[in-house]
Design a protein around this ligand. Structure first.
Ligand code: BGC
Length: 564
C-alpha cells in the first residue's frame, strides 16, 4: 500500500478496543474480537482504523495510563496479535493507526517507580516533573495548576516532594526537557513503525512540555499562553518525529494531533511541513445544531486548512464526548462555549429527543462526508447509538466521574460495548458463558444492533455505508468547496466538483426544485423535498440544464464563497 498522502481525504474509523468486540470471553473487547470483525469496517468502506491505546496499562484511564509502551496489554492480546491484525488490515486495504500518549505515563511505569525509589535531584526523578512544595514544610503544591480531570495537578510523594499530573494522579507527566524522555519516545515510534503500523494519533499533542520554572496561572485567567500547554519547545520534538516518519520509504508514516489550541496562528507551527500532518478540527464538534455556527466552523476549518496546507480532519464523535445523537437531541445551547472548557459543550446533559437527535446526526454526517479533507468516525456512530446517560453509578469508571465526585457523568456513556446481534445474549459483544461486559449494555441497544440494521435499507448503518462508499463518486477528491447562495438562511449549500450538498438545519420542511429532486444520490431524511433536519447529496451532472437553471444564485467556477 503506497500513496504518501492517503490520509488527506481518508475516512478513518476509531476503534475503542475494549468496547468493540470481545474475542476471549473476559467481557473486554480485544484484538481477536476486532480481527474477527474487520469485515464490518470493510463493509462500511473506511480507509483506515485508529485504535485507542492498547499497551500494557493498569487501565485507570483505560489505556491512557501506560506502564509499558512496547507491549500490548494482555487483556487485549499480544504484540504478535497486533502484528497479525495489521497484516490482515493491510490485506483488506485498511491502514492502522495507534494512539501515542507522550504527555504522561502510568504511576506503574518502571521509570516512575524508579523515580520514587531514587533520591531527590537524581536523574531518575528528572524524567518527571517533581518539585518541592510551597509553604511551611512544603505542604502546598508547587503552583496552582489544576488537573484537566478536576482538582490540583499535583500529588505529594511520601518524601514530601510533589509530582505533576495534568490528568489523573495515576498519570504522572513526563519531563520533556529531559533527553532520555525524548530518546525513549523515538524508540517507541520506531518499534511500532517497524511492526507495520502506519501512523499515530498523538494524545494531548499541545502538552508534553510545560513552562520552565512552573509559573502560577494568573488567577484572573489573563494569560497569553497557558503554562501547561502549547509551549514553543514542543515543536522541536515533532520535527524529530517527522524526520523519523519520513525514513519509511516509499510509504512514510503519518501523525494526527489531538490539539486544543486557539486559532490558526497557534496551530500553524504544529502543521508545518516538517511537523504533524493533520490536527482534528474540534471546532465543528463543539458547535450546536445551528446553521450559522456550523457554517462558521466549516468556513474557519477550511480557511485554516488552506492557509496551513494541511487538509482538515473533521469529526463529530470520539471517546471523550457525548454521542452526537444525544447532543443534537437536546435543546441547543447557542451561548458561546467556554474557551477554557470546550469539551463541556460536548458533554452537556438534559432531556434528549432521540428522534430529533438522530435526524440531525444523519444530516450532519452527510455534511462531513461532503467536505474536503478527511473524516474520523467513532465506533457506534454508524449505528446511530445515543449516549447511555443512565448507567448505574456503581459501574461508572471514568476518572472524570470519580474525580468530580459524581458531579460530572464523564465519558463512560459513549464507551458502552457495541451491539452486534439483536437476539444474541450480550448482543453478540461477548461470549455468554464468559464474564459480563465491562460496562453493561442496555437492553434497548438491541434496536441498534448491526445485524438488524444491515437488513434495513433505511437504517443508520445503511446510510453510512452508502455515504462512505459513495462519497468520492459525488464529491471528487481534491475538488474545492464553493458555497451556494441559498435563499433560506437555515440551509447550508455548497458544491464540490459535480456534487451539491444541501443541509436543512432549520425547523421547517422545504421544497426542492424537481430538477434537483430527480438528481438526488443520497438523502438522510424522508423523501419529498428537503425536510427539516435533513441533508441531500445531488449529482449536478444529472440536473437538466445544470445548476444554473435552478432558481438560486449559483456562483460560477472560481470566486469568493457566496455564504459570508
Ligand atoms: C484522551 C482522553 C484521555 C486524556 C489523558 C485525551 O485527551 O483523548 O481520553 O483521558 O487525553 O490521556
Amino acid at each position: 500500500m503506497t500513496n504518501d498522502s492517503w490520509w488527506s481525504d481518508a475516512v478513518v474509523y476509531q476503534v475503542y478496543l475494549r468496547s468493540f468486540a470481545d474475542g476471549d470471553g473476559d467481557g473486554v473487547g480485544d484484538l481477536a474480537g476486532l480481527r474477527a470483525r474487520l469485515g464490518h469496517l470493510v463493509d462500511l468502506g473506511v480507509d483506515a482504523l485508529w485504535l485507542n491505546p492498547c499497551y500494557v496499562s493498569p487501565q485507570r484511564d483505560h489505556g491512557y495510563d501506560i506502564a509499558d509502551y512496547f507491549a500490548i496489554d494482555p487483556t487485549y492480546g499480544t504484540t504478535d496479535d497486533l502484528v497479525d491484525l495489521v497484516a490482515e488490515a493491510h490485506r483488506l486495504g485498511l491502514r492502522v493507526l495507534l494512539d501515542l500518549v507522550p504527555n504522561h505515563c502510568s504511576t506503574e511505569h518502571p521509570w516512575f517507580r524508579e523515580a520514587l525509589a531514587a533520591p531527590v535531584g537524581s536523574p531518575q526523578r528528572g524524567r518527571f516533573v517533581i518539585r518541592d512544595g510551597r509553604g511551611p514544610d512544603g505542604a502546598l503544591p508547587p503552583n496552582n495548576w489544576q488537573s484537566v480531570f478536576g482538582g490540583p495537578a499535583w500529588t505529594r510523594l511520601a518524601d514530601g516532594q510533589w509530582y505533576l499530573h495534568s490528568f489523573d494522579a495515576s498519570q504522572p507527566d513526563f519531563n520533556w526537557r529531559d533527553a532520555s524522555v525524548r530518546a525513549y519516545f523515538e524508540d517507541v515510534l520506531r518499534f511500532w513503525f517497524g511492526l507495520g503500523v502506519d501512523g499515530f494519533r498523538i494524545d494531548v499533542a499541545h502538552g508534553l512540555v510545560v513552562a520552565e520554572h512552573l509559573p502560577d496561572l494568573p488567577t484572573d485567567g489573563a494569560v497569553d499562553r497557558h503554562p501547561m500547554w502549547d509551549q514553543p519547545e514542543v515543536h522541536e520534538i515533532y520535527r524529530t518525529w517527522r524526520r523519523i516518519a519520513q525514513e519509511y520509504r516509499p510509504d512514510p508514516k503519518y501523525f494526527i494531533g489531538e490539539l486544543w489550541v486557539d486559532g490558526t496562528e497557534r496551530l500553524r507551527p504544529y502543521l508545518a511541513p516538517d511537523e504533524l500532518h493533520q490536527a482534528f478540527c474540534f471546532d465543528l464538534l463543539v458547535q450546536p445544531w445551528d446553521a450559522d455556527r456550523l457554517a462558521g466552523a466549516v468556513r474557519s476549518g477550511l480557511a485554516t486548512a488552506d492557509d496551513l496546507g494541511a487538509p482538515a480532519a473533521w469529526t463529530l464523535n470520539n471517546h471523550d464526548v457525548h454521542r452526537v445523537v444525544s447532543r443534537y437531541g437536546q435543546v441547543q445551547d447557542l451561548s458561546a462555549p467556554d474557551p477554557q472548557d470546550l469539551l463541556a459543550a460536548a458533554r452537556r446533559t438534559g432531556p434528549v429527543d432521540l428522534a430529533v437527535g438522530a435526524a440531525r446526526a444523519r444530516a450532519a454526517v452527510m455534511l462531513l462526508l461532503a467536505l474536503p479533507g478527511s473524516v474520523y468516525l467513532y465506533q457506534g456512530e454508524e449505528l446511530g447509538l445515543p449516549e447511555v446517560l443512565d448507567l448505574p453509578d456503581d459501574v461508572r469508571q471514568d476518572p472524570i466521574w470519580v474525580r468530580s465526585g459524581g458531579r460530572e457523568l464523564g465519558r463512560d456513556g459513549c464507551r458502552v460495548p457495541l451491539p452486534w446481534r439483536a437476539d444474541a445474549p450480550r448482543l453478540g459483544f461477548s461470549d455468554p458463558t464468559g464474564a459480563a461486559p465491562w460496562l453493561p449494555t442496555p437492553d434497548w441497544f438491541a434496536g441498534y444492533a448491526v445485524d438488524r440494521q444491515a437488513r434495513d435499507d433505511g437504517s443508520f448503518l445503511a446510510l453510512y455505508r452508502r455515504l462512505v462508499r459513495g462519497r468520492r463518486e459525488v464529491f471528487a477528491p481534491g475538488a474545492p468547496l464553493r458555497w451556494v447562495d441559498h435563499p433560506d438562511p437555515d440551509v447550508l449549500a455548497f458544491t464540490r466538483g459535480a456534487g451539491l450538498c444541501l443541509v436543512n438545519v432549520g425547523g421547517d420542511d422545504l421544497p426542492l426544485a424537481p430538477a434537483l429532486e430527480q438528481a438526488i444520490v443520497a438523502r438522510s431524511g424522508a423523501a419529498g423535498g428537503l425536510v427539516r433536519d435533513s441533508a441531500v447529496w445531488i449529482d449536478t451532472a444529472r440536473v437538466p440544464g445544470g445548476l444554473r437553471s435552478v432558481a438560486w444564485d449559483v456562483p460560477s467556477g472560481a470566486g469568493a464563497p457566496a455564504r459570508a
